[in-house]
Design a protein around this ligand. Sequence first.
Ligand SMILES: N[C@@H](CCC(=O)N[C@@H](CS)C(=O)NCC(=O)O)C(=O)O
Length: 219
Amino acid sequence: MGLSIHGIAASRALRPLWAASELGLDFHHVATPYQGGATRTPEFLALNPNGHIPVVVDARPEGEVVVWESMACALYIARHHGVADGRSIAPATAREDAEALRWSFWVMGECEADALTLLMHRVVMPVARRKPDLAHVAERRLAVPLRLIEQHLARQRERGEAHLAAARFTVADLCVASVLHWLRPARGLMSAHPLTRAWVRACVGRPAFQAAQASRAAA
Ligand SMILES: N[C@@H](CCC(=O)N[C@@H](CS)C(=O)NCC(=O)O)C(=O)O
């Protein structure tokens, strides 16, 4: 019985690790890296035929549940291991659930690819391999979805809610901030969207985010 999260913190596995950390769960961390062939072994491909991390394996009384796709992993953990009490990150109402789903799908469809391009070509890749033009185009394209989330955060403020789905931090914030914090090198873009910038900073300033990132050291 128990929950296992496969994947290292320096990857999209940060998302389920962060969710588990927010909920204070006891789980087994299998620190499978995405380089070096570990995601191409027959054992790993039996878990995720895509050959990607993260994977969540939940050994339940009714049988084992396997989840892949990082957003699905985080949403699953919140829904099935959180308590829908209006205090934890678990959606507590239909509206909160809808917000968590739509913003998670939205950020993957509208932002993730450009956010990753920006991060890779401004920060992660060796300078000689970076293509500044690609990062520039990605930054320009991201202005469209960022305007939308900025407007949503402004409306949330008017309702007295500082987060995407509710007055408290939920899995909706976790999923979206896990992508938008890749935009930290896009200073111009972020300063043009001050509510989004402040909200992302608050999300990644949470102790559970820091703890999930630190599991990199333990991996
Ligand atoms: N859409 C997938 C993408 C997963 C993905 O590409 N993971 C990377 C690490 S962040 C990986 O496993 N790469 C290794 C590979 O593709 O061989 C998700 O969100 O889980």
